[in-house]
Design a binder for this molecule. Structure first.
Ligand SMILES: *Cc1c(COP(=O)(O)O)cnc(C)c1O
Length: 428
């Protein structure tokens, strides 16, 4: 395939946008080559500026769970836009989407809408800290909760239980309040609670990790976190920005039957517009301004276009009893196909999958945390990525990302993809 126009556009973008992109992963640094510039998209397909058609396995990193330019969402946004795009005042639509979200997700009474997953997670930990009157939080290495300072933290060295900044610009003062634990390692979490008695406000976790490839929680792990939090009067925050409205109507809380104290949303909840949200039981949410002392606000929060898109998306998911089964079956079919062709080609690999989240790691050993995720062979991944791209299949341009399956994919698309993977595997 040719990427002449994309290459030209990338050169132009680089002159006025750092790295030519507005979010780093888009720059293809993990795989090399030129980012693809998208012209338009419909259903399961992207159409780029050079006229190539790509089957899309990223789907805007999750939101397009029903396919691109999904008609009910598009029409709702158009109709809303004609009536004004922002007021900075309450609208009935905000209550309607809030009622629907609260009815779909277990264990939440109230929800506050923000503009991104980053904002949702940032606000959730502020709320948890304010409510518990404690400063420290535990996060897991390899989990991503957006780019706010408290989360851009790497594990400290040696005996230190403190985190250290993993981006310049994050202060050590901030980093010292974030403790790092290994995913799926409950003893690690217990040791942190032991060493920081009555200081930990919350654990924040992706209940299915999606930002180091897909990593499912080990059996009993989420239950154990729930128990540790309850024992220590700390809050359990589920960052369901990826898993919410994807793994089930009620997200990972429903799938694993675990109750979190605060739940964060993003991606699917906005139907492709910039939306995040966080939610909890009433007594916790009432601790937020204007009812309570914890401050949180947003000029464009609850924006009518964003709410219209999100509301149509949630209505569509809520009214289709088979949607999550169908997504699971399509993804299972893909998993089986990939497994067969990679095995036949003698490739060392591991596939992780939960519902419609799936990732392929080029390492034969189990992948269950950040360390094991890093063992994957990145050179093989790069060839795999470009081989698929050349055949019109677009997966995430990084070995550390999950693929997000959309219901717009047909079994014909899946067969095409498996065939492409077979061809690429034979060249690896
Ligand atoms: C994408 C993501 C975020 C950040 O959301 P943005 O909308 O990119 O700010 C937070 N948490 C998880 C689990 C995510 O996948």
């Amino acid at each position: 395939m040719l990427y002449k126009r994309s290459s030209e556009l990338f050169v132009a973008a680089n002159k006025v946008i750092p790295g030519g992109v507005n979010s780093p992963v888009r720059a293809f640094k993990g795989v090399g080559g030129t980012p693809i510039f998208v012209k338009e998209a419909k259903g399961a397909y992207l159409y780029d500026e050079d006229g190539n058609r790509l089957i899309d396995y990223i789907n805007s990193w999750g939101p397009m769970i029903l396919g691109h330019a999904y008609d009910p969402v598009v029409n709702a946004v158009i109709e809303k836009a004609k009536k004004g795009t922002s007021f900075g005042m309450p609208t009935e639509l905000e209550t309607q989407i809030a009622e629907l979200a609260v009815s779909m997700v277990p264990n939440i009474d109230k929800i506050r809408f923000v503009n991104s997953g980053t904002e949702a997670c940032m606000s959730a930990i502020r709320l948890a800290r304010g409510y518990t009157k404690r400063d420290k939080i535990i996060k897991f290495s390899g989990c991503y909760h957006g780019h706010s300072d408290s989360f851009l933290i790497a594990a400290g060295s040696g005996l230190s239980t403190f985190g250290v900044p993993n981006s310049p610009g994050v202060t050590e003062g901030t980093a010292k309040d974030t403790l790092l634990a290994n995913y799926n390692d409950i003893e690690n979490v217990k040791a942190l609670f032991e060493a920081n008695k009555n200081e930990i406000a919350a654990i924040i976790i992706e209940p299915v990790a999606g930002n180091m490839g897909c990593i499912p929680p080990a059996k009993g792990f989420l239950e154990a976190l729930r128990a540790v939090c309850s024992e220590n009067e700390a809050m359990l925050i589920f960052d369901e920005v990826m898993t919410g409205f994807r793994l089930a109507k009620g997200g990972a809380q429903e799938l694993y039957d675990i109750q979190a104290d605060i739940v964060c949303f993003g991606k699917v909840i906005g139907g492709g517009l910039p939306v995040g949200a966080f939610a909890a039981r009433e007594e916790i949410m009432n601790y937020l301004a204007p009812l309570g002392p914890v401050y949180q606000a947003g000029t464009l929060s609850g924006n009518p276009l964003a709410m219209a898109a999100g509301f149509e998306m949630l209505k569509a998911l809520n009214s289709d009893a088979e949607i999550f089964n169908r997504l699971d079956q399509k993804t299972a079919y893909l998993e089986k196909g990939i497994h067969t062709v990679l095995t036949e080609a003698n490739i060392q690999f591991t596939i992780n999958r939960v519902g419609s989240m799936i990732s392929v790691h080029f390492d034969a050993n189990p992948v269950f945390d950040f360390e094991t995720a890093k063992n994957g062979d990145n050179e093989t991944f790069k060839k795999f990525f470009h081989g698929l791209l050349n055949r019109g299949v677009y997966i995430a341009p990084s070995a550390y990302e999950t693929w997000f399956i959309t219901d717009a994919l047909s079994y014909k698309d899946l067969d095409f993809t498996i065939k492409a993977i077979e061809e690429v595997a034979n060249e690896l």
